[in-house]
Design a protein around this ligand. Structure first.
Ligand SMILES: *Cc1c(COP(=O)(O)O)cnc(C)c1O
Length: 394
């Protein structure tokens, strides 16, 4: 605990207190395993807030970073570099014909998507963006406005104009909110921060039809759901539709900071020179890491593992639900897992940490579990035995 205390002390003095941190100082990680600075090991079933989607320090990602680091770290975007071109190609080949804008985070990817939609609708007087309650889209001023949760907005008013929220999975509410000023509808196919709320197939189809009919840009925020976690490369592929714009970040960079707005067909040509930019966006080192993530998912057959381990983990959790009355509902899509409790989850999350299991608790009562896509049965068994032990003390 000694070294941890020293680092915590430095944070207290020098780092802004923008996070509710637990006293755990991580020093090293590999796959689903992490070590704290004092040598204790943990099983990580929420690696880097879903950033380390294929596990911490994946060997393919580390090798790609090392190789690229010896060649070129960064170039300005008025020149070309191969990794950016190749990563854009990989994203498009795995989604729909279109073009990619690279940024450095999820919030920035969403900013690009919203700017694209505003520009597309501008000459027709369309600027309003409809988003969902309980959504999460990031922490920039526009994205806290887009986010359908009051808690992120308080104290920052006045907020930018033109954002409207409607309840999730309610097509009638969307139809009522649409006006001749509606530029875009933006949503997560699965609300993760919002508590693992899964869009229904009928809802998604109806949204697509509505946007087609009214010339509204349909934006999917796949910042957390993308890159295999939902059992397909992108969560929307579980539905029989495509968005006009999709945003990515988190797991795309294999641990390095990246964001991307992916626009289909004509939408790929809306943003033109001078309308949008990012100094760091799409740098060679980050894009090389992103390419390694695609390679790992394909060559290591991680989608198969995600689906089969998703089924296995769900079955094990259903077993716990039978045993413990306070487990209300288990909602899963492959390795996106929410365990809704009838009690507060914070103590459970903290007890799990003590027992050596890292998970997350969102919306106060929902445990969010997102193991890496290459998780093994043995790791799941271990996590379940820790959860069982912690639940037995509730
Ligand atoms: C994390 C997240 C964001 C914000 O991403 P940052 O990289 O933190 O800016 C946006 N949307 C969703 C769905 C997210 O999960």
């Amino acid at each position: 605990m000694k070294k941890t205390e020293k680092i915590v002390g430095l944070y207290d003095k020098y780092v802004m207190h923008t996070y509710k941190r637990v006293p755990l100082c991580l020093a090293k990680a590999k796959g689903a395993k992490v070590w704290d600075i004092d040598g204790k090991t943990y099983l990580d079933f929420f690696p880097g807030w879903a950033v380390s989607g294929i596990g911490h320090c994946h060997s393919r990602v580390v090798a790609a970073i090392n190789k690229q680091a010896k060649l070129l770290l960064h170039v300005s975007n008025n020149y070309y570099s191969a990794p950016q071109a190749l990563l854009a190609e990989a994203i498009i080949r795995n989604s729909f014909p279109g073009k990619v804008f690279f940024a450095n985070s999820g919030a920035e990817a969403n900013e690009a998507a919203v700017k694209l939609a505003r520009k597309y609708g501008h000459d027709k007087g369309k600027y309003e963006i409809i988003t969902m309650t309980k959504s999460f889209h990031g922490r920039t001023l526009a994205m806290i406005t887009a986010t359908g949760q009051d808690k992120v907005k308080i104290g920052f008013e006045p907020l930018p104009a033109g954002f409207i929220h409607v309840p999730f999975n309610d097509i009638e509410a969307v139809k009522e909110a649409v006006t001749d000023k509606t530029a875009a509808i933006m949503l997560e196919p699965i609300q993760c921060e919002g508590g693992i709320n899964i869009a229904s197939p009928e809802y998604m189809k109806a949204l697509r039809a509505l946007c087609d009919e009214k010339d509204i840009v349909l934006i999917f925020d796949e910042v957390q759901t993308g890159m295999g976690r939902a059992g397909k490369i992108f969560a929307y592929q579980n539905y029989d539709i495509e968005p006009d714009v999709m945003t990515l970040a988190k797991a795309l960079g294999g641990g390095l900071p990246i964001g991307a707005a992916v626009a289909k067909g004509k939408f790929g040509d809306v943003l033109t020179p001078g309308t949008h930019a990012s100094t760091f966006g799409g740098s060679p080192i980050v894009c090389a890491a992103g390419l390694a993530v695609f390679e790992a998912i394909k060559k290591d057959k991680l989608l198969q593992n995600t689906n089969s381990m998703g089924v296995y983990l769900k079955k094990k959790l259903e077993g716990l639900k039978k045993k413990y009355h306070f487990v209300k509902e288990i909602r899963t899509v492959a390795l996106i897992i929410g365990v809704e409790l009838s009690v507060k989850g914070e103590d459970i999350y903290k007890e799990c940490l003590k027992e050596g299991l890292l998970i997350n608790c969102t919306q106060e009562t929902i445990l969010r579990i997102m193991p890496p896509l290459n998780v093994t049965k043995a790791e799941i068994d271990k996590a379940i035995s820790i959860l069982d032990k912690v639940f037995s003390k509730v």
